[in-house]
Design a protein around this ligand. Structure first.
Ligand code: C2E
Ligand code: MG
Ligand code: MG
Length: 443
């Protein structure tokens, strides 16, 4: 990699990112065969620093830059965006995209393994996004955005270390740019739909609850999936307005079902970190539920472990309040990230929801099944309930059952259904007559 010395940072000997942006376009046009922009990140770098100190962190960055940039003959130019995030311009040459993906996947895994062997407590992971430049006249910022977009798409998908920017992603990116106007307009005109996905007991093959999930209907009537809007709403704090909408709708439905004399079932709702920082949010939910007259046991709140990354004490206080009131709390997406076991000791929850990714990993190898079985036994020992998410086949259901799980949610039983469909299919058949509606739902 060539670069004038005066333009480089001292730690990494990489050019400043501004220099990268000024020069990359020119270099691509003048002398490159199939230029590619790579965005590389070290996940868990923050923990690495905390556990091994900042000097070791600096050395890791140096080592990474050396391997990926200085010693890499593909690398034409590179720059550091922030601490552990590097942008590179590489040449694909005559290779095809698949070859490139395999080569860099191998490099990421080898480098990650080396580091983890030496520093086993931090579990770093090298992961990257790649954009094969199509239009050399495009703005360099757009090109970098595309590589970063691809990288972020696998941030929590631990089975991958590299993602190529695809046309599908281009479509999603443009959808995301229109998320906020779409959200506000949907909120105003009631085009946010609540879907409910049933949860089943394996032994009895019977409904044991449901999870409320949102969908936005855009102005043309298309159903927009949460993967398009949740991140953006979380980043802007607007997620609380969505959560509030979904929760109020669930309260209204439960009340209606109770008044209709249906035997109620517990419906869970997703909460976000923001909800705990909005003054009075949790109390207002509790007030609304109490006003509805529907017993608290028919409401459950799902939280992901990332909620607990900051200010554990304050969040724990609010969760304790919810549990005291009789609501169930579940830990969502268990096993989709690191630190789960460590966090679990500190968090007051009732139910652990195993993520589909964890289930799949556990099913593919014998040792995975053993781990799952032991984990489930331990959880049940300490009075946690367990449920597996994303169960798509009888075989998957059979295996998680063998591991000790008796509750599942997944396409095998049903996809998330518009609430009216859920009502027709599941609630109407659960009438408790001849009791009166109110005494019925307390049964
Ligand atoms: P989640 O809470 O973990 O919800 C489960 C997701 O898994 C749902 O995706 C569901 O459709 C999907 N799923 C269910 N069964 C299967 C299966 O058998 N196979 C596979 N591959 N997937 C399955 P969905 O509805 O797209 O929601 C994605 C995420 O968006 C949810 O994950 C939740 O974290 C978030 N979300 C959705 N609605 C809301 C909301 O109103 N508020 C908040 N805060 N988050 C929401
Ligand atoms: Mg959930
Ligand atoms: Mg989940």
């Amino acid at each position: 990699m060539r670069v004038e010395k005066t333009m480089t940072e001292t730690l990494t000997r990489l050019p400043h990112i501004d220099y990268f942006k000024q020069t990359a376009g020119k270099i691509m046009k003048q002398e490159m065969k199939a230029p590619v922009i790579l965005s590389l990140d070290i996940s868990n770098f923050k923990y690495f620093n905390q556990m091994y100190g900042y000097d070791a962190g600096d050395k890791l960055i140096e080592r990474c830059v050396c391997r990926y940039c200085h010693m890499n003959s593909d690398c034409v130019l590179a720059g550091r965006v922030y601490v552990d995030h590097i942008i590179m311009l590489i040449e694909m040459g005559h290779r095809d995209v698949n070859d490139l993906e395999i080569e860099y996947d191998t490099l990421n895994r080898q480098f990650g393994d080396e580091v983890n062997q030496e520093f086993p407590l931090a579990r770093v992971r090298m992961y990257m996004g790649a954009y094969v430049v199509e239009d050399l006249d495009d703005d360099i910022n757009n090109m970098i955005d595309k590589a970063q977009y691809a990288r972020r798409s696998i941030k929590t998908d631990y089975s991958k270390t590299i993602a190529m920017f695809t046309t599908d992603m281009a479509m999603r990116a443009s959808q995301q740019a229109s998320v906020l106007p779409m959200f506000f307009s949907a909120l105003e005109s009631g085009r946010i739909k609540v879907y409910i996905q049933p949860k089943f007991s394996i032994d009895e093959q019977k409904l044991i609850g449901g999870e409320a999930l949102s969908r936005i209907v855009d102005a043309d009537g298309n159903i927009v999936s949460p993967s398009v809007y949740i991140d953006m709403l979380e980043n802007t704090g607007l997620i609380s307005r969505l959560d509030n909408y979904v929760i109020m709708k669930v309260i209204e439905l439960q009340k209606e079902w109770m008044n209709n004399g249906y035997e109620l079932t517990t419906i869970s709702m997703n909460l976000s970190k923001m909800d705990f920082w909005k003054t009075g949010f949790i109390r207002r939910i509790d007030d609304a539920i109490r006003m509805s007259g529907v017993p608290a046991k028919y409401f459950e709140f799902e939280l992901t472990e990332t909620i607990f990354c900051e200010n554990l004490t304050e969040i724990t206080r609010q969760i304790d309040f919810l549990r005291e009131r009789g609501y169930k709390i579940s830990m969502d997406d268990f096993g989709s990230g690191y630190n789960s076991l460590y966090m679990l000791g500190k968090i007051p929850v009732d139910i652990i929801k195993f993520d589909r990714g964890f289930v799949l990993n556990s099913l593919s190898v014998d040792s995975g099944r053993k781990i799952m079985k032991n984990l489930m036994n331990t959880f049940k020992d300490i009075q946690f309930e367990v449920i597996c998410e994303g169960i798509e086949s009888r075989e998957e259901e059979r295996i998680v059952h063998e591991c000790g799980c008796n509750a599942v949610q997944g396409y095998l039983h049903d996809k998330p259904l518009p609430y009216e469909v859920f009502e027709d299919k599941y609630m109407k058949t659960r009438s408790c007559e001849p009791h009166s509606a109110r005494s019925c739902c307390n049964c």
